[in-house]
Design a protein around this ligand. Structure first.
Ligand code: ATP
Ligand code: MG
Length: 316
């Protein structure tokens, strides 16, 4: 993984591994394809997902900005929630984008992850049910969180405060099957808290030229956390996002990431899609905003893959 420390020009062999969700509909007319996708998204009962034996806590991290952390967090969370799994999203980014996309109030003064981190309230006190699903909860982030990175420095157990807040006892009331923590684009104390609190890291990687830049730094930080603060932390999942099938480059990045990370990379690749980027503007996930879109279908597929791989990991 050494090559991730520097700018890495993708050059691996020509995308033979690229899988997009549209493959399963080859030969269909566009209308039939869209209708079939919408049916799958709107009636997921026929495709039940396994409930994990143990709660899964995943930190969605990549200090590179705009790679799809928040988009992947909220849409994977929604995909699992519409299958009946109970999901809690922790918005750990002062930008509050995950709260927006999940239709959860996050004006300054709203009970939020900031009050949880400074020990004033519990996670269940701060969790609000998302407008997107009754199974989906979100602890919002308000602008108050912007100062937390500095305030935490002087606090006792500064790296372990989120872990404490997410203890099994604290989650007794909500009992989520999945917890996703959406990180800010930095490797500061908030992200360290997220890495200490989780068992798994999910890294979204954007299929573009500079995608791999900075990944080495992220992996080194994860190793430091493993060595000193959270020995069981595991980079379990890599998700390729914003894949543009018209470019060779996207295939090259896909191949390079797969050759380095192997089975950790989900087979489902999230396509670049206008619908995905429009959805948060309506306080919605893409699954609700346009269930017949390729973006919705791909997040549904990625959620299913994540859930099924989880039960396979439990067995090994
Ligand atoms: P930040 O580092 O600022 O927190 P991020 O890593 O959370 O960013 P997002 O906010 O999820 O990234 O995505 C960045 C931008 O790209 C957003 O405007 C989002 O709507 C858009 N976007 C994300 N995924 C897709 C996609 N598959 N297709 C099109 N646009 C996308
Ligand atoms: Mg974000």
């Amino acid at each position: 993984m050494g090559s991730y420390g520097v700018h890495s020009a993708p050059n691996a062999g020509e995308g033979q591994h690229a899988v997009t969700t549209s493959d399963q509909f080859s030969g269909w007319t566009p209308i039939a394809e869209e209708a079939a996708r919408a049916t799958k998204v709107l009636h997921p009962d026929a495709h039940q997902l396994p409930r994990p034996a143990q709660r899964r806590i995943l930190t969605v991290a990549n200090q590179k900005g705009g790679v799809g952390k928040t988009t992947s967090t909220v849409n994977l969370a929604a995909a699992l929630a519409i299958h009946g799994l109970k999901v809690l999203v922790i918005d750990l980014d002062p930008q509050g984008n995950a709260s927006t996309a999940l239709g959860v109030e996050h004006r300054s003064g709203t009970p939020s992850i900031y009050e949880v981190l400074i020990g004033e309230i519990s996670v269940s006190d701060a969790a609000a049910v998302s407008s997107q699903s009754d199974n989906l909860y979100c602890v919002p982030a308000t602008i108050d969180l912007a100062g937390a990175e500095i305030e935490l420095v002087a606090m006792p157990n500064r790296e372990g405060r989120l872990k404490e807040a997410l203890s099994p006892e604290s989650l007794d009331e909500l009992r989520p099957d999945y917890v996703f923590i959406d990180c800010p684009p930095s490797l500061g104390l908030l992200t360290v808290n997220a890495l200490v609190a989780a068992r798994e890291v999910l890294i979204p990687i954007q299929c573009e030229y500079y995608a791999l830049e900075g990944l080495g730094q992220l992996l080194r930080n994860i190793e430091l956390v493993q060595a000193h603060l959270n020995p069981t932390l595991d980079v379990s999942t890599i998700l390729l996002t914003m894949y543009d099938g018209r470019t060779k480059l996207a295939d090259q990045v896909t191949s390079e990431v797969r050759s380095h990370f192997g089975d950790h990379v989900l087979k489902t690749v999230i396509p670049r899609s206008v619908k995905v980027s429009e959805a948060p503007g309506f306080g919605q996930t893409v699954l609700a905003y346009d269930p017949g879109s390729r973006g919705a279908m791909s997040y549904l597929d990625a959620g299913r893959e994540l859930a099924i791989r989880g039960t396979q990991m439990e067995r090994t």
